[in-house]
Write a protein that binds this ligand. Structure first.
Ligand code: GRF
Length: 202
């Protein structure tokens, strides 16, 4: 399968995918990263792609007159690489209608909380502030809501009394990276079908 990965930050989830593909080979893993896209320049995620010799593109909201135009440009830049799956790996923008028209049902996101609890940009902070004792991460299909699409897999992380946001996020990200790699590999190798809110991987 051809993957386009979208990033906004450090790109450690992207790196986990690149590492497993380097170790197992694209044929062994079942997928290759054909391009990495970002909504901003100068981020470590893009450097990771460049280091791996993978083409990158940047599509910034502020370079477009409207959010809808940005969304169309992002969809077009992504479509140019003909992905089978789009992986939103720490991409901190909501994908719009044009993007989802083209890639809906083929776009996977990872979120650092156990959805449907604590959606949005501050899932770790919000879970900590609420005082939950377990949290984790969710890999799900993207729909037109904020972190509301069908759940594919979740991983659990215990909250410690001494946790602050960054310590907890780091432990979540360890689980998140292996979950994302596992899910993307299974989707790519086996295919999947969607029945209502159920994502079934044979
Ligand atoms: C991940 O925890 C992701 O779920 C969240 O931001 C983090 C991205 O990390 N939205 P990285 O850029 O993959 O290192």
């Amino acid at each position: 399968a051809r993957l386009v990965v979208l990033v906004s930050g450090s790109g450690t989830n992207l790196q986990a995918l690149l590492d497993v593909i380097a170790a197992e080979g694209a044929a062994g893993f079942g997928a290759e990263v054909v391009a990495v896209g970002a909504d901003r320049s100068g981020i470590a995620g893009l450097e990771r792609a460049e280091r791996a010799g993978i083409p990158t593109f940047v599509c910034r909201v502020k370079d477009h007159a409207t959010r809808a135009e940005w969304d169309r440009a992002l969809a077009e830049a992504t479509a140019a690489y003909e992905p089978d799956l789009v992986v939103s790996a720490g991409f901190m923008k909501i994908l719009g209608r044009e993007f989802l028209t083209r890639f809906g049902g083929r776009c996977v996101n990872t979120h650092p909380a156990l959805l449907p609890s604590f959606p949005g940009a501050h899932g770790v902070r919000d879970a900590l502030a609420y005082g939950v004792k377990v949290t984790g991460c969710t890999v799900h299909l993207v729909d037109d809501g904020v972190d509301t699409g069908p759940i594919i897999a979740q991983g659990v992380v215990e909250v410690r009394d001494e946790d602050d946001e960054s310590a907890l996020h780091e432990r979540i990200k360890e689980v998140e990276r292996s979950l994302l790699v596992e899910v993307v590999g299974r989707l790519a190798r086996n295919g999947y079908r969607i029945e209502g809110r159920k994502v079934m991987i044979p």
